[in-house]
Design a protein around this ligand. Sequence first.
Ligand code: MN
Length: 357
Amino acid sequence: MKILHTADLHLKVYNDERWQALQQLLDTGAAEQISLLLISGDLFDHGADLLNLQDRVRALFSSLPFTVLVLPGNHDYAAFTGGIYLGGSARVLDDWRQPFQCGAVTVWGLPFEPAGGAEILLRLREMAARMEPGQINLLLYHGELLDAFFSRRDLGEEGSSRYMPARLAYFNELPCDYILAGHFHTSYRVWTLPRQNGRERYFVYPGSPASVTRRETGRRLANLFEAGGPPREYPLDTFHYEARLVKLDPFSGTDPVEQVRRALKNLHPQSRLLLTVAGYIDGSRGLDETALAAEVRRLSAGCRAAEPEFTFRDIRAVLHDDLFRNFLEKLDRAESDGERKKRLRELAVRAMMEAKL
Ligand SMILES: [Mn+2]
């Protein structure tokens, strides 16, 4: 039995990039002949978005060849007042006491509630008492794994409070083979839990399937796995931010424009480029700062790029300074380690730049 797991779509409007990501997940589900699509919280960005998109979602989640299970997350739980209908193929897991049975697999949901760690531990114990250890039990959870040591910036747009905080150890005794989570947006992450009855157990954050903030960089993934088998990354062709850093180096012998051009290669067609141009140029030899910035803008305009970030500097005054040239000659003779040479040169550039002001 195949299962597709995602979370944090944060739907806001019809047919935008996030909506298209949901569409793609449904297409993937059909193509891969899955039995279950699990959405571990924050399907909607806000409760009001559920209200506005409900008819469209019902149309989407009707007569699918698989079941969609939706867990309320911290962004949208207020709209899940109980018995909310999202279409004939969908079911909302809004009660931790009522799992969904699909063949040999039992899917439990721990819907979002404003609870602290102690309350969650207690709730997990109550759930454990209801679970049959012989079954393949899955738990959908939307919250913050305290063991992950991530920054709050990894969670999308969140305030400063902790949401449904849990530790991996909370799940040690739970007779669940999979904790399929949501809330952590940045990337796909898997932790293995202690085995039970010789069976492997996993905690998985799939990451957002379409970037919500600029911190969610790189191609987006979902978790597509066989019930009983390990979780697996499934690459999506959905909207995402792609961060690229060009560190211009006037000693490399490569033209700055060429260095930028190289960094713009192999971009995913659904990516939005976040380009940073750093390092140094010799403005006397080719383009000056203003001309180079204009050229970078022109080159990146074709790549759905955001406004580039420019931190590079023209260091022509340093490069043509006799003292600096002497230093470079000595460095060349004295140092054979290329990396070390680069570091020392960098230090000298900085010192000279400051000395000249
Ligand atoms: Mn979220």
